[in-house]
Design a protein around this ligand. Structure first.
Ligand SMILES: Nc1ncnc2c1ncn2[C@@H]1O[C@H](COP(=O)(O)OP(=O)(O)OP(=O)(O)O)[C@@H](O)[C@H]1O
Length: 319
């Protein structure tokens, strides 16, 4: 493996359960230092794919290389090089934090105490797992995933069931990994999480990749509209309608009293802004709404199956 080879390279991965195909010719690359998110509907095959990547499941077809190794054939060599927190992670309730760190420490283990401090768990060393909050547990799983200085970290539904504050804590911990250049493959349903943490996302449906790119690229490709809202002084809104409709990119203009809504492609933001400036006054209540990754994914999942074949994008994300 050379320094430019992807950390994870999956080609044509297929996996069936009881004759039902759940991963269908999946291609996926994760390059060194990238945080890549696997997103998609329930049952899209995300967990199965990462389990194959970890060597926990044997693929039916295709090839997988992780750090240049085959996850099944080279399982012994690869296991210490991957740090993982899986959907099914759990620890005995009575196990103390320090004991868990000791138990999981391998030959390559770094200073567990320093890691606990880094993730805000230094004061919890003597606490039993069963007494910890959801956010603390997930941060402990992150500590355990990182303990043996893995070359790849795999996180599956890391913040599922956490309250907003605990999610933020865990996000901040993952951001630290990203900033430190750790290679992370993240499975998530939380699209705000993917937008916050992932440099690249891979959207899956029915075992196949629908599209891949930065969150902004996916939004631009599948939800490229914008809506601008503002109020015009009493009586002026009606006159403005025809002018606004003629602006480039505008597909719809609506008026409720003095409230005006202009809808269209992204160019609408600039043209409506320029028109307002040209009138000499920017309304105080000017608002712009643009879709997020969730809207883009919903549009993508709704698209007919063959629409993805029109997408000229490299689904592995290779440069
Ligand atoms: N061990 C198994 N035996 C039989 N079917 C399975 C098994 N594991 C998963 N499946 C099925 O395979 C399909 C894909 O599941 P998988 O967990 O990989 O999807 P996912 O995208 O991770 O879903 P979720 O987001 O709900 O976790 C689902 O229909 C699931 O029920």
């Amino acid at each position: 493996m050379t320094s430019t080879d992807p950390v994870v390279a999956v080609r044509g991965l297929t996996k069936s359960y009881d004759g039902r195909v759940v991963v269908d010719h999946l291609d996926l690359d994760v390059r060194a230092g990238e945080v890549v998110g696997l997103i998609g509907a329930n049952g899209a095959g995300k967990t199965t794919a990462v389990e194959c990547i970890q060597g926990l499941r044997r693929p039916d077809g295709g090839t997988i290389r992780v750090l240049g190794l085959d996850p099944v054939r080279d399982a012994g060599t690869l296991r210490p090089l991957i740090g993982s927190q899986l959907q099914s992670s759990g620890l005995p309730d009575r196990l103390r934090v320090a004991e868990a760190v000791e138990l999981f420490s391998g030959r390559r283990a770094r200073d567990g105490d320093a890691l606990l401090e880094r993730f805000g768990l230094g004061h919890r060393r003597r606490y039993a797992f069963g007494t910890m909050s959801g956010g603390e547990r997930q941060r402990l799983f992150l500590v355990l995933a990182l303990l043996n200085q893995p070359r790849l970290v795999i996180l599956d539904e890391l913040t599922q069931g956490l309250d907003p504050a605990a999610r933020r804590e865990v996000w901040s911990a993952v951001s630290q990994l990203r900033d430190a250049g750790t290679t992370v493959l993240l499975v998530t349903h939380e699209l705000d999480e993917a937008e916050e943490l992932c440099e690249r996302v891979v959207a899956m449906r029915a075992g196949q990749v629908l599209d891949a790119g930065t969150p902004a690229e996916l939004v631009a490709r599948h939800a490229s509209w914008a809506t601008v809202r503002f109020a015009l002084p009493a009586g002026r809104a009606a006159d403005a309608m025809a002018t606004l409709r003629a602006l480039p990119g505008v597909t719809d203009v609506a008026r409720h009293g003095d409230q005006v809504t202009v809808h269209g492609d992204r160019a609408v933001i600039a043209h409506t802004g320029a028109w307002l400036l040209g009138r000499g006054r920017v309304p105080n209540d000017l608002r712009v709404e643009v879709p997020d990754l969730e809207t883009a994914l919903l549009a993508l999942l709704d698209a007919p199956v063959d629409a993805r074949l029109d997408a000229p994008h490299d689904l592995t994300g290779a440069a």
